[in-house]
Ligand binder design. Structure first.
Ligand code: PLP
Length: 425
């Protein structure tokens, strides 16, 4: 046993060494998002589109979470924005992480996160990633089908399995239930299969859909989870973990839905169906992505070309900018977003008040590639802009950079970091 333990220690030490990052950490400017946007756009020869990320905003979102959902430990969904400084900050503040692949697990481990604070939240895992999770000691993982249970039994018999159930995500922008989640009529037999295979099922997870537009979805999902806890109890299984997934809105979300309202509904549902004083305390975690990062990133783009078009309704303008749908604005396709442009600089001057910019013209905004699908805003009203002016899009932190491509040879926009938390300045 001793030899085996030494071997394991060696393997763990080797894994840790292989994870040590040799990447320089970017500088963080103390100051505001507003100042950083203007400063960078006014640099001589500034042309490339760029993000400004405000780490202070990420920190404030975490503080708000702890105030409004004190019972629920957040595990940041890395997929939403694997920005190295965001992950570093959240790791330093003690959040857990939801990882969906080997590379995401590696990134989080590099920040020194305890493997117990990672959930491998993908119900359909490649074998090699599962083997890596075992080597790294990331034991908690989701499943929603019997084949996955067999795979887990073979490759990671010591895993702590979490049954992901289907919920009503009909009011969400991204309906993940089309792909994942065990339907209510299948959960009991899946639990029984796990029992037969000897897989240790420790809890239930759900995801109400990303960009959830209804607080009621959480209340309904918690009730569904309660039923699965009861089914497990009938089989003699005592579950101890409830994972309420993601779906929480970012600050200033276009849906108008507030995190406060969602937290109120979720707290009430937890109190009703998983009361704290009941026997067998249930640990509650969540997998928020958008909530932490959406409002923390703004994207500035440069007008690289324009075209004036005249039709029956008069003149309009087509503006071409240097990030687009194949880049950061992939959120239009994949995340069903409707980014709203504001003028950042005009004729070299910073613009603070959108209302003082003169008459508005019918306008459209296009990305830099040769493809006509690369349209950011098809119909908008903007003041007349010139080549070289800058536009800014706020609320661009979720599902943007992470899925951007270099199609047509255009680069992925850089990130400038600020920390607006004056207490830390
Ligand atoms: N957890 C899982 C399993 C997901 O698939 C996602 C998003 O797709 C998230 C969490 C994060 O969701 P959100 O960004 O809506 O909080």
């Amino acid at each position: 046993a001793c030899f085996k333990r030494d071997l394991n220690c060696d393997a763990t030490a080797k894994l840790k060494r292989s994870l040590v990052a040799d990447v320089p950490v970017p500088a963080v400017i103390q100051g505001s998002m507003h100042d950083a946007l203007h400063a960078r756009a006014s640099e001589p020869d500034a042309e490339d589109a760029f993000f400004v990320a405000d780490l202070g905003e990420v920190r404030r979102q975490l503080v708000q979470w702890m105030e409004l959902l004190p019972r629920v430990q957040p595990f940041f969904a890395v997929k939403c924005n694997p920005d190295p400084l965001v992950v570093k900050l959240l790791a330093s503040m003690g959040t857990g992480f939801d990882c969906a692949s080997k590379a995401e697990i590696q990134q989080v481990l590099r920040e020194g996160v305890d493997p117990h604070n990672i959930i491998y939240a993908h119900p359909c895992k490649p074998a090699s990633h599962l083997r890596f999770a075992q080597a790294a000691g990331v034991a908690t993982m989701t499943f929603d089908n019997a084949d996955e249970l067999v795979k887990i039994r073979q490759l990671y018999p010591g895993a702590k399995a979490v049954l992901r159930i289907l919920t009503d995500d009909s009011s969400s922008l991204c309906q993940l239930g089309l792909k994942f989640g065990a339907a209510a009529n299948l959960t009991q037999s899946l639990l029984a299969t796990a029992q037969q295979l000897g897989v240790d099922v420790v809890g239930v997870s759900f995801h109400v859909g990303s960009g959830c537009q209804s607080e009621a979805a959480f209340a309904d999902a918690v009730l569904r989870a309660r039923r699965v806890f009861d089914e497990a109890a009938a089989l003699g299984l005592r579950l101890s973990l409830l994972d309420v997934g993601g779906g929480f809105p970012g600050r200033g979300d276009q849906s108008g839905l507030s995190f406060e309202a969602m937290a109120t509904v979720l707290n009430a549902a937890l109190a009703e169906h998983f009361p704290l004083q009941s026997h067998g305390h249930v640990r509650v975690i969540a997998e928020p992505g958008r909530y932490f990062v959406a409002s923390a990133f703004s994207l500035a783009v440069n007008v690289i070309a324009r075209r004036q078009v005249t039709n029956n309704s008069g003149p309009s303008f087509m503006y071409y900018v240097n990030d687009g749908v194949y880049g950061s604005f992939n959120c239009i396709m994949f995340d069903h977003q409707h980014p709203v442009p504001q003028v950042l600089t005009r004729a070299g001057h910073a613009v603070d008040k959108q209302s003082c910019l003169g008459p508005l013209r019918p306008s459209s905004v296009w990305g830099p590639t040769c493809d006509s699908i690369d349209c950011i805003v098809s119909a908008s009203s903007l003041p007349e802009l010139q080549i070289g002016d800058w536009l800014v899009f706020h609320g661009m932190g979720a599902y943007t950079i992470c899925a951007a491509s270099r199609f047509n040879g255009f680069k992925i926009s850089d990130v400038v970091y600020v920390d607006s938390d004056s207490a830390r300045a």
